[in-house]
Ligand binder design. Structure first.
Ligand SMILES: NC(=O)c1ccc[n+]([C@@H]2O[C@H](COP(=O)([O-])OP(=O)(O)OC[C@H]3O[C@@H](n4cnc5c(N)ncnc54)[C@H](OP(=O)(O)O)[C@@H]3O)[C@@H](O)[C@H]2O)c1
Length: 243
């Protein structure tokens, strides 16, 4: 399980990232060029003293950088801002490309070919996509060689794309679920509150555990130290009883 503190919405907290790395044993950082905090993360990682090889660092390619050459350039720039030689996972952030005169499918295919090169050169140890639907993944299958290793998609009790989850599983694409707390909105739902009371947990822990228990890689975010601690205190065993 990982907790991230890096998206552009809701702010960035240096202290929360350092705390997550130093005190909670969190090793998975999910960020994006779009979030504008890759350089800040370099500083936080350095301060935490956690070794690079012990971290899993994901960042994402924004659509303004789609296309073969731009993708490669953008990846190297992200690595530079993060202060790393390689990424553990690089994601194409959105399926929509918005390049005038070219179809989205064409741009996604060119972009993905650059992602394949980055993977083959070892600059990205794994490559994936985000917010891709089944039809986008089917097109990529026809147009390119390497199946994405990961698809990162919104997943929480109000958003359960089960057909997409099953499709990803059938093709060995890891399904990573973002916004597991529905950006905090799930935490006031009466059913979640009722379950939290029943099990003596907090609403956030119920949502995180629910997602993990469904076999989803789960990446909650908080900028608050005490909430990062709370979000970490969720047992991760799949299908184990919630005692
Ligand atoms: N691929 C994509 O397109 C995409 C899109 C969105 C997000 N993501 C990734 O997913 C991560 C999580 O998504 P998210 O931040 O949008 O949504 P989220 O994790 O569902 O919710 C974060 C919100 O919940 C609050 N929160 C966190 N823990 C809490 C707790 N224990 N009790 C009460 N409130 C709590 C946070 O506030 P405080 O900070 O004030 O605690 C924040 O407002 C992001 O950091 C990003 O890495 C990816």
């Amino acid at each position: 399980m990982s907790t991230t503190s890096t998206s552009h919405q809701g702010g960035y907290s240096h202290d929360a990232v350092v705390y997550a790395l130093q005190k909670c044993g969190i090793r998975h950082i999910d960020t994006a060029k779009r979030y504008g905090c890759e350089s800040l993360l370099q500083k936080a990682i350095k301060e935490s003293d956690v070794k690079r090889e012990d971290l899993w660092i994901t960042t994402k390619l924004w659509h303004s950088d789609y296309g073969y050459e731009n993708t490669k350039q953008a990846c190297l720039e992200s690595c530079k801002r993060l202060g790393v030689q390689y990424l553990d996972l690089y994601l194409v952030h959105w399926p929509d490309a918005q390049v005038p005169g070219k179809s989205n499918r064409e741009v996604r295919a060119e972009t993905w070919r650059a992602m394949e090169d980055l993977y083959e050169k070892g600059i990205c140890r794994s490559i994936g996509v985000s917010n891709f639907l089944i039809n986008h993944l089917e097109q990529l299958k026809e147009d390119c060689k390497i199946t994405p290793h990961v698809n990162q998609v919104e997943y929480h009790p109000f958003q359960r794309p089960e057909e997409l989850v099953d499709y990803c599983r059938s093709r060995n694409i890891v399904f990573e679920g973002y916004c597991p707390l529905a950006k905090g909105e799930a935490l006031t739902h009466p059913n979640i509150i009722q379950l939290a009371k029943k099990y003596g947990k907090t609403p956030a822990q119920i949502c995180i555990r629910w997602s993990i228990q469904n076999g989803i890689v789960t990446i909650p975010k908080s900028t608050k130290i005490e909430r990062i601690q709370e979000n970490c205190e969720v047992r991760c065993g799949l299908l184990a009883s919630y005692d």
